[in-house]
Design a protein around this ligand. Structure first.
Ligand code: HEC
Ligand code: HEC
Length: 306
């Protein structure tokens, strides 16, 4: 790299001198690097819009204005009716297809919040000129995309005042994940032997067996299978009672539930429910499990708890 050793030393010297010059001018900031971001700089990044409308700038835009803007800036890719040109995504249609083999997910059929639409268009569209739209233009185009999805009338004007009154049809199908955050503090003394700690993986799910369609509720699952499914899909909460999950074998936690009948418990386990203790997600969040599998696990859990 260096043709002669001399050059190396000269370079080092230069570096050294330069360092000396930069010297003690210690920068502000938490770690001694960089500088505190100005309010203006933060505002440049802080552009997200929340479902409750927080973050929306003042302004408004009508479906009518939106139509012109959309034709001009969006239709070449997304189609005049939001149908999508070639491989570009469609922005309308697809209602009622979410349970199909090939669901057609669009703003109207799939998205939960109008705020995402505002944020996405403002942040990322048009594809080749992101963040080029004025706030009023974003309001108008969002209003027009809502109109294309039959969610507002043609004389509608979107503004922060009426923003949250628009509910996208698929919103109820988004549920919050009741699994607890893990914020354990690192152990520094008298810690458990790592070898004694069992790590349960959420990723290792029960794979459907060869030749068996896991979604079809055919046939029965034997006890060994039930235990395996329990270990992989249910133990993560139920074994230690995380988030209020009743622990199999702790009889007092089950008396009331058993009194409600097996049918109710199975229904709760398959469909999910919000109880007094916490939230049981449908099939514990493992939607690929068949109803039969879940049913046999409930039988196993209840048998242990009687
Ligand atoms: C040059 C082509 C092009 C133009 C013009 C364009 N888009 Fe897009 N748009 C895309 C592509 C490509 C994606 C998918 C991006 C991705 O998934 O990363 C997209 C995604 C979207 C999505 C999300 C769709 C979904 O279901 O995920 C919305 C909403 C959207 N665009 C709205 C607009 C609006 C409104 C305009 C006009 C202001 C616009 N786009 C202009 C190409 C374009
Ligand atoms: C993410 C945590 C979590 C997972 C995973 C989970 N459960 Fe639950 N489960 C709960 C909680 C919390 C409750 C108690 C809810 C209440 O009563 O407030 C519960 C309650 C139940 C009940 C009692 C129902 C009733 O009617 O009282 C059954 C049965 C059950 N779960 C079965 C299962 C099965 C089977 C699995 C695995 C396929 C599973 N759970 C996975 C959290 C979980």
């Amino acid at each position: 790299m260096f043709r002669s050793p001399d050059r190396f030393w000269i370079l080092l010297l230069v570096l050294f001198v330069n360092q000396g010059n930069a010297g003690p001018a210690k920068q502000a900031g938490y770690y001694g690097h960089g500088k505190t971001a100005s309010a203006e700089e933060i505002a440049g990044w802080d552009i997200d819009i929340r479902p409750d409308g927080m973050g929306l700038p003042p302004g408004n835009g009508s479906v009518e204005e939106g139509e012109y803007l959309y034709e001009d800036k969006c239709a070449e890719c997304h189609g005049s009716f939001g149908e999508g040109v070639d491989q570009y995504p469609s922005l309308a249609g697809g209602n009622g297809t979410l349970t199909d083999v090939r669901p057609h997910r669009t703003v109207g059929s799939y998205w939960p919040h109008t705020s995402t639409l505002w944020d996405y268009i403002h942040r990322a569209m048009p594809y080749t000129q992101p963040e080029s739209l004025a706030d009023d233009e974003v309001y108008a185009i969002v209003a027009y995309v809502l109109y294309l999805n039959d969610l507002v009338d043609d004389d509608f004007v979107l503004s922060p005042e009426n923003f949250t009154s628009i509910e996208l049809p698929n919103k109820p199908n988004f549920v919050s994940d009741g699994r607890p955050d893990v914020k354990n503090i690192r152990c520094m003394e008298d810690c458990r032997d790592p070898a004694s700690i069992e790590i349960l993986s959420m990723v290792e799910r029960t794979a459907p067996k060869a030749g068996q369609d896991s979604s079809a509720s055919s046939g029965t699952t034997d006890a060994a299978d039930a235990i395996a499914v329990y270990q992989q899909a249910c133990a993560i909460c139920h074994e230690k009672g995380i988030g209020g999950a009743p622990i199999p074998g702790e009889k007092n936690l089950w008396t009331k539930r058993i009194a409600n009948g097996m049918e109710t418990m199975v229904k709760h386990a398959i469909e999910g429910f919000q109880g007094a203790q916490g939230m049981m997600l449908p099939k514990g969040g493992f939607s690929h499990l068949s109803d039969d599998e879940v049913t046999s696990v409930v039988h196993y859990m209840v048998e242990k708890s009687q």
